[in-house]
Design a protein around this ligand. Structure first.
Ligand SMILES: NC(=O)c1ccc[n+]([C@@H]2O[C@H](COP(=O)([O-])OP(=O)(O)OC[C@H]3O[C@@H](n4cnc5c(N)ncnc54)[C@H](O)[C@@H]3O)[C@@H](O)[C@H]2O)c1
Ligand SMILES: N[C@H](C(=O)O)[C@H](O)COP(=O)(O)O
Length: 339
């Protein structure tokens, strides 16, 4: 591996804005301290560049060919062929296998040490499911299974706030109906352990202070409005506090996200997706990064989805992908992934 980290960008759902954003960055890489190779269909990328009037030359690389330094207007590509013709804005589940293959290429490259980090443009979960992968729920869970680990943690972070806001999730892509049943002491302990360790390792926080949300209104109101705080969350936090982890909570989620609480917090652990992410996206949408913690490789992503209605329009904002690349480059330089 060279001194300049190599980032692999998966271009995501071909009908969405992932190709557009990758091309927009390739048109003008900015002060990125990394080399970048995209994974996707070169013809799709060339066609989308033409549609967007972006002067970006697509350069498919041969097996084993070195990835050059970033040059404005040049996008090196590891080629994966589309499975079906694609049209901007129109999903075709026939390309589910294409999208997953782009992920597999990036995962294998990172695991084999041929790349230093992967950065994912958005995919469409529904299209993957309808394309023959009924158990698919997201990159996060796919990476967990592909890497053979029991637990990973989704963390989204923005530096648009002061201090930076980092929100991790105890559960990820579950129907709300299933959330309460998914919260147990063992899982919560695993999530907090990964979160605390990776805040140290990747964010340089020696002893992270983590605020933990309750699940129920008013953190269960002493068991009157739900028992998960009393029976699961509070005892787990107490036991881990005794082991030296700096945990606060469970706190009522409606007032946790206020300046008084957040002033000295390094991260918030929300119990479910739409408890934590609306706050994070309200504060930082367009400039936030999604990081998967607990993996034996570095993976960052954008804070948004496929925005099909913006594909090939030139209106999609590449800010979050730029942040995801910069964070991946920093993580690759600073912290070696677990073996
Ligand atoms: N990292 C990922 O792969 C990822 C992340 C989030 C959502 N998704 C998936 O994306 C699909 C669509 O999800 P959604 O509609 O809930 O969210 P979305 O982020 O695609 O769109 C939500 C709103 O934000 C706008 N928006 C999104 N990205 C933008 C950008 N870069 N610039 C300007 N405006 C932008 C859209 O136009 C829309 O109004 C779903 O399948 C979802 O699961 C994937
Ligand atoms: N939960 C993420 C978000 O709302 O931004 C998004 O769905 C992406 O998840 P994966 O990285 O697991 O695909």
């Amino acid at each position: 591996m060279g001194i300049t980290p190599l980032l692999v960008v998966t271009t995501g759902e071909p009908a969405g804005i992932g190709p557009d954003l990758t091309l927009a960055l390739a048109a003008s890489w900015g002060p990125l301290e990394a080399r970048v190779v995209a994974v996707g269909d070169p013809e799709l990328l060339a066609a989308r560049a033409a549609r967007l009037s972006l002067a970006v030359r697509i350069v498919p690389l041969a097996d084993g060919e070195a990835v050059p330094a970033c040059r404005d207007g040049v996008l090196p590509v590891w080629s994966v062929p589309l499975r079906a013709p694609t049209e901007a804005g129109r999903l075709d589940p026939g390309n589910a296998a294409y999208v997953l293959e782009t992920l597999d290429v990036a995962i294998v490259a990172c695991r084999q040490g041929r790349a230093d980090a992967m950065v994912t443009a958005p995919l469409h979960k529904g299209a993957i499911i309808e394309g023959g992968y009924p158990d698919f729920t997201g990159h996060t869970e796919y990476l967990r299974d592909a890497c053979g680990v029991d637990e990973v943690v989704m963390l989204l972070a923005t530096e648009r706030t002061d201090p930076a806001l980092r929100v991790a999730l105890a559960t990820t892509h579950l129907p709300l109906r299933a959330v309460a049943d998914a919260i147990d002491a063992g899982g919560l302990r695993r999530v907090i352990t990964i979160l605390a360790a990776d805040l140290q390792r990747h964010f340089g926080i020696a002893r992270p202070r983590i605020l933990v949300c309750g699940l129920n209104p008013h953190a269960g109101e002493d068991g009157h409005l739900g028992v998960e705080e009393r029976d699961i969350i509070a005892p787990t936090l107490a036991a881990m506090r005794d082991e030296g982890v700096d945990l606060v909570g469970p706190l009522p989620a409606d007032t946790l996200f206020t300046p008084r609480h957040l002033a000295d917090a390094d991260a918030v652990l929300a119990m479910y997706h739409d408890q934590g992410l609306p706050v994070l996206k309200y504060a930082g949408f367009g400039e936030a990064v999604n990081v998967t913690l607990g993996l034996p490789l570095i993976r960052t992503s954008v804070d948004h989805g496929t925005a099909l209605e913006l594909a090939a329009s030139g209106q999609a904002d590449a800010g979050s992908l730029r942040v995801a690349l910069n964070v991946a480059a920093r993580m690759a330089r600073d912290g070696a992934p677990r073996a």
